[in-house]
Design a protein around this ligand. Sequence first.
Ligand code: GAL
Length: 690
Amino acid sequence: MKKLALALLASTCAISALTLSAQQPLPPAPNKVPLELGAAWYPEQWPESRWDADLTLMEQAHVHFARVGEFAWSTMEPSEGIYKLDWLEHAVRLAEKHHIAIVIGTPTAAPPAWLTQKYPETLRTNPDGRKDQHGNRQQFDFANPKYRELCRIIATKLAERFGHDPNVIGWQIDNEYSREDFSDDTRTQFQQWLKAKYKTLDNLNTRWTTAYWSETYTAWDQIPIQETYGNPGLLLNWKEFVSDTWRSYQRNQLDAIRTHADKRQFITTNMMGWFDAYDQYTVAQDLDLASWDDYIGTGQMDPSENGARHDLTRGFLRKNFWVMETQPGFVNWSPDNNALNKGETRAMAWNAIGHGSEAVEYWQWRSALNGQEQYHGTLVGADGTPVPLYSEVQQIGVDFDKAGPALAGTTVHSDVALLNNYPSRWAIDWQRHNKAFDPVKAFLSFYTPLHDAVHSIDIIQDTDPLDHYKLVVAPDLNLITPEAAKNLEAYVRNGGHLVLGPRSGMKDEDNSLWPQRQPGPLAEMLGAKVAQFYALDTTVPLSGDWGSGEDNLWAEQLSVTSPDTKILMRYGKSNGWLDDQPAAVTRKVGQGTITYIGASLDPAAMKRAAAWMLSDAGLAPILPNIPEGVDVAIRTGSEGNVAKHILILTNYNAEPATIALPSEMHDILAGGNTTTSVTLPQYGVAVLQQ
Ligand code: GAL
């Protein structure tokens, strides 16, 4: 107990010593409650006479906001230039009566039939040249000027009408950007984009090494689109072009809304966790708020894996975020659409809040009688009455109302950052070398044990400020730009502790091999390099400072180039090449250290490696005596002069768990009484304030 108290005290000190600037909570909008429960509501699918009944049920569930409008273009503009927005105004006013604020989605993910019929050039072209058709959604060409003009007009009309509406708290642009276009016009735009970037073909040819296979270009219009197999430089640039094009697609609507909307109305778009068809950092940078759609699909929720996706989203703008959609029990698009267990939906909502979300919205309120998603989970059935899950969501609403004031002004502060970048993920996925090497799984193999020990992790970019982190880990940073290398080197030279995982530092900003061996620009500081990499077809034993372990995925044979580089782990007998060779090394650099792990460690060895990383960085596990299967989240901050320290505990064990608290704490959900321990049933949640 005393040990727990000390550990928590240590973490509190570390937390309060951090500059709060990196992860400021959002300033609350005037009519915004601290924790928002929401529902995706489609009033256009129902007679107006039904709306009051829906809103009454929402209000009874403590729903405080509804997102409306995304996909409703054919109702908003039934024919070109004829705008019908009165229905939306009625919905906003009626929601207001029920104390439900509105987020308006721009409807541009679902262009109406008249639009694509009149302007067929706005239809998206598939990689095989086939045009998309009306009848599903996202059938538009994201780079088409005419489509953008029409999007700007509808966004403007909405913003003119609702930009000062007191009951509209924010905007969602479009919905889940995802499908790029492969038309000749887009290819021309890509070629122009390349010209602006590389200036001369000589430069492009050199940087892409196009002498290889006679790929040399003598005119810009010779450059094709390649998306999965092709010159690595071209592949990367296509992805970057797609990311920039989504950014300008979004900017077009964002500027239209900003011109007419009050500043208090946020603008966001709903992102998608590990989805990587574009660089989510590129797109997020223009938004006021990051938000995402948290779906499990098949199976149950893994709090660590799901938590990592929240942390990823929090890292887009490095502040609190929203869950703009999540599943009410189950989805309809997975191979097996099992429901979350009873109680798990509530645990999942608290998983979001624990990782820095300020809202959880259920998609969707009630399914349309017809349409492609009839089997999806809802809160209300086709008959308009609550489904069994409704009462669990209502409980979440009650929780949020109780805990909102305690959580106001708090966010997640971490001493540990994990570095992510999209080019590295793409680069590995294009050339996995071992098909089982999944860059997200490799990332999570580091994230999970570190998160289990310290409970708060930031996932950020390799070019973000790093100074206030005690430990920075790059699990699979395959592609390190000169700018990132400088940032990482300065971090270590200033006393930071950097750990690089397998495949780090192989490529540069053109997806070319660095001429040095891995980790490329950081090899000299490491005093070691990768002599050879091996995609494993057998299990390789390892042993050393982190005990013994196994690797059956990826093994890099390291070679030490400096006398003060220490070997931490070695491979055992395996393919001959790896026998007794270094697998992990570390070197002190002033007060800092740089460590390189060349092996894919098994979970037990990784757990010990994580403990070593933390102790090397001077960090101790926080709350080390928490029972296995109990998830811990920590949010801290202040309101006025009052410092806040909140623990969120969730029991994922089938059996009840009793947790001794580090000190007397207020049990917020149980009414605020002080206690020194809590007992939680399966999926039970406690929100505790010091
Ligand atoms: C999301 C989408 C929603 C709905 C949902 C179903 O990806 O944004 O409109 O389709 O999936 O799970």
